[in-house]
Design a protein around this ligand. Structure first.
Ligand code: KG4
Ligand code: ZN
Length: 406
């Protein structure tokens, strides 16, 4: 089975193609393919980042993100098909059929003539590739962004007569962990559960109890800013560029607290609260006050910025690790699973790799490769494999900015 996945929930325009040999012995149950066989391949995984466009705002600007997705989707999908070396389907469409489809396309893009033109031009010059299904993120995310990927997918589905699988972005981040070396996973996939999943990205910070694939319970989440949002906003306060996470990581790397004369102490909001919720806006405010105290430019030396970056990152890592491990203990987790851009952070991974075996030798720590932690469409494809029962027609797809994983 070949699946083309599309992801536009925030500011990255992503398309990927995977090929999987569906296992007959599972008889349609979930998982519907065999993990222990090498029957799963990422044929292409293309991401077009809008970082440069949003940099001057220090965060994602929704109307710009929409415009960029409209510009990028056609080339990104074309690149995914080319890089995946996907063959074309034989056979020609009849002119009257094309006319009818063009009419229906107008219903998809009622308020958007410009995008309709772009999509139609792509459809007319792209031969139908040999794929079996489409998958697209329907939420959660920024509504204007989500709709662009959804509408492009609806058009592809109509034009190429393909079914679509709607995907929850958060489940995609969790299931991206299954695109790893199969040898790391236990022989029986059920031996991973219950799992505690930490999703930390620019839009979300959530702790999720996963009883099995497809069964999730949100234990807690951020009441205000997400962890990534906090990194992006505090980086801006410090005069650093967007996105904040990777730059703060790079700068913090060069700070050695034992050798420095500068110490800054920032709070770890809600770290010891009884629930599993998070709060990062207090940390952002503390950074702002601390930075303002040093009005004189000389007090904001490079070493001071390094000390701040180090402490901001440490505050976030302390909080995420403490709460995740607390949940792992309570629910006797057999694995700890990461997802989302912030979990691409090497120091966060290092901390979990150090602490998990000390506290829970029986629990496996899973974290996807960097390009599968941040937004991508390969995760949408793999999530599709576990949601084959949700296959639907393009007519039934809608964006849901607040979609829950439950
Ligand atoms: O999952 P993602 O790509 O998009 C959303 O769904 O939001 O996450 C983006 C977030 C940004 O806030 C970015 O600053 C953060 O992930 N991020 C990182 C790193 N790479 C990206 N944070 C910490 N360390 C990193 N290496
Ligand atoms: Zn994400």
């Amino acid at each position: 089975m070949i699946i083309l996945g599309i992801e536009t929930s925030c500011d990255d325009t992503c398309a990927a193609i995977i090929e999987v040999e569906l296992s007959k012995k599972n008889g349609g149950g979930s998982p519907s393919f065999d993990f222990n066989e090498d029957g799963f391949k990422i044929l292409s995984n293309i991401v077009s980042s809008q970082v440069k466009v949003h940099r001057k705002y220090g965060g994602v600007f929704p109307s710009l993100a929409k415009r960029e997705h409209q510009k990028n989707l056609a080339p990104v999908i074309a690149k995914a098909i080319k890089a995946g070396k996907i063959k074309n389907e034989k056979g020609k469409e009849r002119p009257e059929e094309i006319k009818q489809k063009e009419k229906e396309l107008k219903d998809i893009f009622t308020k958007d003539d410009g995008f309709l033109k772009t999509v139609l031009s792509f459809l007319k010059k792209t031969k139908k590739p040999k794929i079996d299904a489409l998958a697209v993120t329907i939420g959660p995310g920024l509504e204007p962004s989500l709709w662009q990927g959804i509408n492009f997918s609806r058009a592809l589905s109509l034009w190429w007569d393909l079914p679509i699988i709607p995907i929850n972005h958060i489940e995609g981040h969790i299931l991206a962990n299954f695109i790893i070396d199969r040898k790391i996973l236990p022989e029986k996939i059920d031996d991973l559960f219950p799992a505690i999943c930490l999703i930390a990205s620019g839009g979300h910070t959530q702790l999720v109890l996963m009883e099995r694939i497809g069964s999730y319970r949100t234990l807690g989440e951020s009441r205000d800013d997400a962890a990534g949002e906090c990194l992006d906003k505090t980086a801006r306060i410090l005069g650093l560029s967007y996105p904040g996470g990777p730059i703060i990581y790079e700068i913090a790397k060069n700070f050695k607290p034992e050798k420095s004369k500068i110490t800054v102490k920032l709070p770890r909001p809600m770290i010891f609260s009884k629930n599993y919720d998070f709060s990062f806006s207090g940390l952002k405010t503390a950074v702002l006050y601390e930075f303002k105290k040093r009005e004189i430019k000389t007090q904001r030396s490079k070493e001071y910025i390094r000390a701040m970056a180090y402490e901001i990152q440490k505050s976030i890592i302390d909080t995420l690790t403490y709460k995740t491990l607390k949940a792992a203990k309570l629910f006797q987790a057999r694995s700890i699973i990461m997802g989302g851009g912030v979990t691409a952070n090497e120091d966060l991974k290092k901390r979990f790799l150090e602490e998990t075996p000390k506290l829970y030798p029986q629990a496996l720590f899973l974290s996807p490769a960097k390009n599968l932690s941040t937004d991508n469409a390969a995760m949408v494809c793999i999530a599709a494999l576990f949601n084959l029962d949700k296959i639907t027609s393009w007519k039934n797809l809608e964006a849901d900015a607040n979609l829950r994983i439950r």
